[in-house]
Write a protein that binds this ligand. Structure first.
Ligand code: ATP
Ligand code: MG
Length: 296
């Protein structure tokens, strides 16, 4: 099922335990990428490859795929999900968006919530934000820990290290169970975020997309960058590596994400189930019966 891929993914895969410095990583496409047309063509090819891959994933029934998107506001998560999954059968796919936790969710471990929305075998699950918010927004705003009612002695810097360990163990469990975990950080620059916020403010059709909270969070850009760097360095594992995708050019980003998803699913050992002799005989008998109806 594997096919040649349009792009080189290697610059964007984060190897385990590096030091991640987001300032040194591109938010724009490489200089040899010039054409939106090229990206759109690659995206269209990957979308159809994904559609075929999903059919086999479903028929095979042994694996599932979990795609995680994390990003600063206005990086383009929604548009990327919409475009990349545009060819996928909605019956085999669920998107779950992570907002602030409910009262019930606060009473549980932070990995309880995602567990409930994991894709079953044969299905694709997409997390629009995820349990990673628990080491991002919660780290930037530690007052969010208060309603979590953690037992004493669980606060301080240790908490984040322990959460990274818990996340890595959780994802390893998923990997062992046959879930292919594909993680994307859509890396948008602060300037491009400003430009997109202004566009939302200038275009009445985009007003609904703007919230005052977005501007508040923008004031914490540096703290978010620090939290993202620590998280990306600690949770890029062999079984679930992060991909840091330049997000200032939306078409390049969408095409790159689709290409990586198609490649990762292509690496799974997917096949249509083979029928045993008894099942084959049953099919032959069914065909015979249906053909016999013709005459009557
Ligand atoms: P959009 O582009 O539509 O704004 P979004 O992902 O920003 O998409 P929102 O509903 O605006 O969606 O934001 C969800 C908010 O929920 C984010 O600010 C995020 O940080 C917050 N959130 C997610 N998980 C948690 C969590 N575990 N604890 C606290 N806040 C969380
Ligand atoms: Mg938002």
């Amino acid at each position: 099922m594997s096919k040649p891929h349009a792009f080189d993914h290697s610059p964007y895969i984060i190897r385990p335990e590096p030091i991640v410095r987001l300032k040194d990583l591109a938010t724009t496409p490489p200089s040899d990428f010039t054409s939106k047309g090229e990206a759109k063509k690659a995206l269209a090819e990957d979308v159809s490859a994904l559609s075929e891959a999903q059919r086999i994933l479903w028929a095979d029934g042994r694996f599932s795929v979990l795609i995680i998107f994390q990003a600063m506001d206005a990086a383009g998560k929604d548009g990327t999900i919409r475009h990349v999954m545009s060819g996928v059968n909605p019956q085999g796919c669920e998107v779950y968006s992570f907002g602030p936790p409910s009262a019930e969710e606060l009473k549980h471990h932070f990995l309880w919530r995602p567990t409930r929305y994991l894709p079953a075998r044969g299905r694709i699950g997409i997390f629009n934000r995820s349990y990673y918010e628990e080491v991002l927004v919660v780290r930037v705003h530690p007052e969010l820990l208060k309603p979590q009612n953690l037992p004493p002695g669980r606060e301080g810097d240790e908490l984040w290290t322990k959460r990274f360990e818990d996340i890595n163990a959780f994802e390893q469990t998923l990997h062992r169970a046959g879930t292919c975990v594909i993680k994307f950080f859509l890396h948008v620059s602060k300037d491009e975020q400003r430009r997109r916020f202004l566009e939302r403010l200038d275009d009445p059709n985009k007003h609904w997309k703007f919230s005052a909270a977005d501007l508040r969070e923008r004031q914490h850009w540096k703290e978010y960058r620090g939290a993202y760097e620590a998280m990306l360095a600690a949770t890029s594992t062999h079984w679930a590596p992060w991909h840091i995708i330049p997000a200032d050019d939306k078409w390049y980003m969408r095409a790159m994400v689709a290409d990586i998803v198609a490649a990762r699913i292509g690496e799974l050992d997917l096949r249509y189930p083979e029928l045993d002799d008894a099942a084959r005989a049953e099919l032959a008998a069914a065909k015979e019966r249906l053909l016999a109806e013709d005459g009557g």
